[in-house]
Design a protein around this ligand. Structure first.
Ligand code: SAH
Length: 216
């Protein structure tokens, strides 16, 4: 038997906190969400490895450290509202749901959206809504968001996403073409029409495919 609980504790200590992400609410959320429930059964032994893993539909579940870095950088907080574009397995959305009040996560692959929604139901994470569709222009219905995460790499930061940020809110998104090193960009809405942008470093994500991303 694999001791997932022990592996999860070690993951938070070694991959997240030892690398300088000191965020008690985030650490608690990462200790709560079973990553093994978000990957194919055949990969369960690797659930807490320090790496991304392949999931259904040829996509990937992000490395835990990158999930933590994005959630921390976007300032996902208690009583806030968060949007994720590229729900994939649903893992990052599940972690956010343990911190924020409400999470909307959009996924373009129907199979992934269905699996992610089933996982949320099974785990009782009722404050997450998984939407199937192109999320590259966000989800205006529940805007504004205190935090927006894009888990797929775009050609630019869509204006539609910036417009759905609350003032004081932040968006974190990889920018760059597929199969090359991309930049993880953070945009903070500091006023009605004022945004500040910062580069958080090099990352590798699957492409954001859609109206405001790359052509599929
Ligand atoms: N956060 C996810 C990582 C998913 S990988 C996790 O924790 O598992 C990125 C996902 O973005 C892929 O599943 C891909 O299908 C999806 N994606 C790409 N372009 C998209 C778009 N325009 N709208 C919604 N999802 C998109």
């Amino acid at each position: 038997m694999i001791d997932h609980a022990a592996a999860r504790e070690a993951m938070v200590a070694r991959q997240i906190e030892a690398r300088g992400i000191i965020n008690p609410a985030l650490s608690a959320a990462l200790r709560e969400v079973p990553r093994e429930a978000f990957i194919p059964d055949s990969l369960a032994a690797f659930a807490y490895d320090d790496s991304p893993l392949p999931i259904e539909a040829g996509q990937t579940i992000s490395q835990p450290y990158i999930v933590a870095l994005m959630i921390d950088s976007a300032g996902v907080m208690a009583s806030g509202r968060a949007l994720e574009i590229g729900a994939g397995s649903g893992y990052a959305a599940a972690v956010m749901s343990r911190i924020a009040d409400r999470v909307i996560a959009i996924e373009r692959h129907a199979e992934l959206a269905r699996l992610a929604a089933a996982r949320m139901a099974r785990l009782g994470y009722h404050n997450v809504r998984i939407v199937h569709g192109d999320g590259s222009a966000g989800w205006p219905d529940e805007a504004p968001y205190d935090a927006i995460l894009a888990a797929a790499s775009g050609s630019h930061v869509p204006d539609a996403l910036k417009a759905q940020l609350a003032i004081g809110g932040a968006l974190v998104m990889p920018i760059g073409a597929a199969h090359v090193v991309q930049s993880l960009v953070k945009v903070v809405r500091v006023g009605e029409e004022a945004f500040e942008q910062e580069d958080l470093g090099a990352v590798r994500f699957v492409p954001l495919i859609g109206a405001e991303g790359w052509k599929g």
